[in-house]
Design a protein around this ligand. Structure first.
Ligand code: NI
Ligand code: MN
Length: 229
């Protein structure tokens, strides 16, 4: 049994069957959805979809506090290395890697590539998403920040659980996220990247109604609900 924890915004914890602890897009200290302190988070791996503040701000503190391996695009990895993070794994769009817990593929996202952080001015990257293949029925897609893209059709029937941004303004909104569900055809959809700030206020219950019988929408409350799969 694998377990998914939602910390709010786009920050998820994924615990695999072999008890590997993965944090995706660590955003704790200034995340209004969570009280969790980054120093108390246990992690073996950190995956970052892109370098924006709300996905990357706590990546370096978490890597240093937990000793987790940092995984991201080549450019993000180059940057974290300048900040003293030594246990890293660079990837890039279209590539996959067999990690100890399963295969992860980095896939496209259409979004901005600036990297947040001290001395990061020289670093920019392609944002991405990740597909974690934890076995049959356990292929989990974290879309990162993205607009709707035809590339999502490449994920059709290759994803069981899709974590999709629905907040609009910076990423897909409700209507486009429903089209993404049509493109990908996951069994389960978990909405994220909404309600954190006024720019992205959206109602996940409305999204659930709009998705209808295309997929099961699981609305996770940060800090209380986790999803077992
Ligand atoms: Ni972003
Ligand atoms: Mn974002």
């Amino acid at each position: 049994m694998a377990k998914l924890d939602f910390y709010g915004h786009a920050t998820f914890g994924l615990t695999t069957e072999d008890d590997t602890r993965i944090i995706i897009d660590p955003f704790f200290a200034e995340n209004p959805w969570t009280e969790v302190e980054v120093n108390k988070v246990e992690a073996d791996f950190i995956f970052c979809t892109h370098g924006h503040f709300d996905h990357f701000a706590d990546a370096i503190p978490l890597a240093k506090a937990s000793g987790a391996k940092f995984v991201g695009s080549f450019e993000l990895v180059e940057y974290v290395e300048t900040q003293g993070v030594t246990d890293v794994h660079p990837m890039h769009i279209g590539g996959g890697w067999d990690f100890s817990f399963g295969r992860v593929k980095m896939v496209t996202a259409v979004h901005g590539g600036r990297v947040y952080g001290e001395g990061a001015e020289a670093y920019t990257t392609n944002p991405g998403g990740f597909v974690f293949d934890l076995g049959p029925g356990r292929r989990l897609y974290h879309a990162g920040d993205t607009g709707l893209t035809l590339d999502m059709k490449l994920l059709r029937d290759k994803v069981d659980i899709a974590l999709l941004p629905i907040g609009d303004n910076f990423t897909m909104g409700l209507e486009d996220a429903v089209t993404a569900v049509e493109f990908i055809r996951p069994a389960i959809v978990i909405p994220c990247h909404y309600q954190t700030w006024p720019y992205i206020e959206q109602d996940p219950e409305t999204f659930k109604t709009m998705v209808g019988d295309r997929a099961t929408v699981e609305i996770l409350e940060p800090g209380q609900s986790s999803y077992d799969f």
